[in-house]
Design a protein around this ligand. Sequence first.
Ligand code: FAD
Length: 478
Amino acid sequence: MHAEAKKLGKTGLVWLRRDLRVHDHPALAESLKDNDTTYVVFVFDSEVLNPIRKYTTVDTRLHFIAESLAEIQQELNKAGGQLIVLEGNPITEIPELVTQLGVDTLYFNRDYAPYATDRDAYVSKAIQDQGKLVRDFRDHVCMEPNDVLNLQGLPYKVFTPYSKAWKKTLSEQKSEPDYTVKLTKLGETDKYPILDTVEALLDLAGFQSSPAYLKGGSQAGLTRLQQFAPYLGQYKANRDFPALDKTSMLSVYIRHGCISVRDMLSLAMSESNVGAETWLNELIWREFYQMIAYHYPHVKGHTFQEKYRDLEFPYDEQLLQAWKDGMTGFPIVDAAMRCFNETGWMHNRLRMVVSSFFCKILLLDWRHGERYFRLGLLDYEFASNNGGWQWAAGTGCDAAPYFRIFNPTTQSQKFDKEGKFIRQWCPELNALDNKSIHEPHAPNNSSSSLFIGNYPAPIVDYKSRRQEALALYKSVQP
Ligand SMILES: Cc1cc2nc3c(=O)[nH]c(=O)nc-3n(C[C@H](O)[C@H](O)[C@H](O)COP(=O)(O)OP(=O)(O)OC[C@H]3O[C@@H](n4cnc5c(N)ncnc54)[C@H](O)[C@@H]3O)c2cc1C
């Protein structure tokens, strides 16, 4: 078995998961330093993909991943190596590969999601049982879930004190080790084909080609980082206006590790102004939610706050469908949902508007909204999505209080004043003036009735639903 692998001396295997890049990479840099030969592997995880395959073979996220892997394959090939790509359950695939290649040490970067921690513990034990070594590294976050705790040694539940402690810990940290990757001493084996096209990779995963709104890979991620850099100083002023499109759009790249957290952090620290400070806070929100999901795993499927456990949202299939279809009669909500359905992307201000509307005006259970986003968001990340939905529902840690209910019309008037975003996604409203476009069916609109075509009237009455929401939430207050 070992004969076909070209290897010498000590051998490392780097297992890529949500770190799809070959620069600034702790596991890869350390393996290349420690070993005479380094192999690199990625496994299309059947445990994750089987549930998706049951309902579709088209998923832009898989296309994004395949693009990222094709780029890595080409980089490793150029340096005389190969990305081994497997399909199956990593619990068996990785230990088998370690045996086949005669690997001495397995290297990976840590992942804190509940499924991943269980999987990694299992794989690590299997490797150690073979008498081999396992080395794992912090990579996906600047602060791991236990790095920032309160004075009692407990995890924080509120963002502001967490973020202060996060910044203090960062300032006290020794400088990061150098994870610069020099691609040499790479292993290759003819046992596995070199899959270097998106199509071949998708084929192995069992999916069809379906390009995403954003291109996968480090080159695309680093280019986006550079494109965003000149706007960092204006981030606070720009970030709430969807038509401006001046947030970084890096969430999908950091989700899959096409860029590193250190790439993002060094941009955030490169300037000293309110824009950079605000952007740094967003990076900390990401780590806050990861810490919450790690320490409070009950947030999967349950409210973070105990007092809301028994809150029963009435279910209404028609309202749910209208929200999904972007046919609620509230233009900013509909434009956001149509954008999401077509691209898998939604601006943060709009995620807040549509989720608040979902929970507190349509009175639908946040778990249905969370699921719909899970199925479609290109940057889907359990911790941030769950955190965002529970924030909107008022059931989460540090969530919007139950009586804070976004009015979609005033949000629209404020953040899409001229209706540019609405016009882009609800073209049937294009001819309306800048006032009517926010409320096409309002009786006092002069221009509307002539121009709104089949655009629906509001499916609920905002004011009365708001009162119902307040009553519902009050009913479970202690
Ligand atoms: C209901 C809801 C669901 C969400 N689901 C997800 C999700 O599945 N995946 C996801 O990455 N983000 C999610 N978010 C957070 C946020 O909307 C996105 O991270 C952001 O819109 C991504 O755009 P950007 O990269 O341009 O962000 P920027 O504004 O440029 O921010 C920089 C980075 O900070 C992080 N970030 C920004 N805002 C938040 C936030 N509120 N919470 C956590 N991290 C944040 C992201 O990694 C982002 O790339 C959700 C928010 C809500 C309200």
